[in-house]
Design a protein around this ligand. Structure first.
Ligand SMILES: Cc1cc2nc3c(=O)[nH]c(=O)nc-3n(C[C@H](O)[C@H](O)[C@H](O)COP(=O)(O)O)c2cc1C
Length: 261
C-alpha cells in the first residue's frame, strides 16, 4: 500500500507542535527557542497557571490540602487501630487463660480466674493482679505474676499456689535469655520448670531454694547459671509474698475489680 508522505501520526503531531520564542527572551538565536504545545493547549495551561497562582497553588490552599490528607490518614489509622485493639485484647486474654490452665488445673475451679481477677494492693512492690481459682464458693488456689532479673533482662513468671501454700505449677511467660543457654526455663524447651511443682516452704528448707551451684536443690544449666538462679529467687520471693498475705489472698474477692485486703 502506498504511503502518503506526512500522513503518519508522528508527522502530524510534529506539524502541530510549533516553535515559539518565550516573550521575555531576547532573540538570541535558536538556543532560546523552546518546543511548546499548540495554541489551544498552551492557552489552557496558561489560564490554569493563572488560576493556580491565585487559587489552587496558594500556600493556604496547599496547607489546607496537606492538612486534609493528614486528617484522612489519621482517621483511617484510628479506625484500623480500633478494629485490631479488640482482637489483640482477646488474644491476650486467651494467652493468659492458656497459661493459667498450666499452673491451676481446671479441676480446681468452677469459675473463670480471668473474669474474677482482682488487684491486691499492698505497700512496696507487692501490688499485683490475683487470679483466683474458686470451687464451690471457696478459693482453692491463686495465680499471680512475679519477675526475676535474668541474664538478658526481666523474666516474667506466672505461679499457681494452692490455698495451703503449695506450688501447683510455674511457667515463664516472657524472657530475653539467650537461646540455647538460658531459654531452658521455657516448658517447651526442657522439663526444668516442672521441678517447682509440689514444693512449699513446708516441705523445702530455705537453703534448698537455690541452684545446686549455690548449695540448693535446683539444677543450673550448662554454662548458664544466672537464668535459673533468677527464676528460683523470683519463685521463692513469690512464695514469701503468699506466706505474708495468705489470709487476704485466699479470701473471696470483693465484687469489684479492685479490692484492698
Ligand atoms: C553471649 C552470651 C550469652 C549468655 N547468655 C546467658 C543466659 O542467657 N543465661 C545465663 O545464665 N548465662 C548466660 N551466659 C553465661 C553467663 O555470662 C555466665 O557465665 C553463666 O551464667 C555462669 O554464671 P556463674 O558464673 O554465676 O555461674 C551467656 C554468656 C555469653 C557470653
Amino acid at each position: 500500500m502506498a504511503r502518503i508522505p506526512g500522513s503518519s501520526f508522528y508527522e502530524k503531531l510534529s506539524r502541530r507542535l510549533v516553535r515559539r520564542r518565550p516573550p521575555e527572551t531576547e532573540d538570541t538565536g535558536s538556543e532560546a527557542e523552546a518546543l511548546v504545545e499548540p495554541d489551544g493547549a498552551a492557552d489552557a495551561a496558561s489560564s490554569a497557571t493563572a488560576a493556580g497562582e491565585h487559587g489552587s497553588r496558594s500556600p493556604i490552599y496547599l496547607a489546607a490540602l496537606l492538612g486534609g490528607f493528614a486528617l484522612i490518614g489519621a482517621a483511617l489509622l484510628a479506625t484500623g487501630f480500633a478494629g485490631t485493639e479488640d482482637a489483640i485484647e482477646q488474644r491476650h486474654k486467651e494467652d493468659l487463660q492458656a497459661s493459667l490452665s498450666m499452673v491451676m488445673p481446671e479441676d480446681l475451679h468452677d469459675n473463670d480466674p480471668v473474669v474474677d481477677a482482682w488487684k491486691f494492693s499492698a505497700t512496696g512492690d507487692n501490688s499485683r493482679m490475683i487470679y483466683p481459682a474458686i470451687r464451690d464458693g471457696e478459693v482453692t488456689a491463686i495465680a499471680y505474676r512475679v519477675t526475676g532479673q535474668g541474664y538478658g533482662g526481666a523474666i516474667l513468671i506466672l505461679m499457681g499456689v494452692s490455698a495451703n501454700g503449695e506450688l501447683i505449677g510455674v511457667r515463664v511467660l516472657q524472657h530475653a535469655e539467650t537461646p540455647g543457654l538460658g531459654d531452658k526455663i521455657e516448658a517447651e524447651k526442657s522439663a526444668w520448670i516442672e521441678n517447682f511443682s509440689g514444693l512449699s516452704f513446708g516441705n523445702t528448707s530455705q537453703d534448698d531454694w537455690r541452684v545446686k551451684k549455690d548449695g540448693g536443690r535446683f539444677d543450673q544449666f550448662s554454662g548458664a547459671t544466672i537464668t535459673p538462679r533468677a527464676v528460683v529467687k523470683a519463685v521463692r520471693e513469690g512464695l514469701e509474698f503468699f506466706a505474708s498475705y495468705r489470709d487476704a489472698l485466699t479470701t473471696l474477692p470483693k465484687k469489684t475489680s479492685e479490692a484492698n485486703p
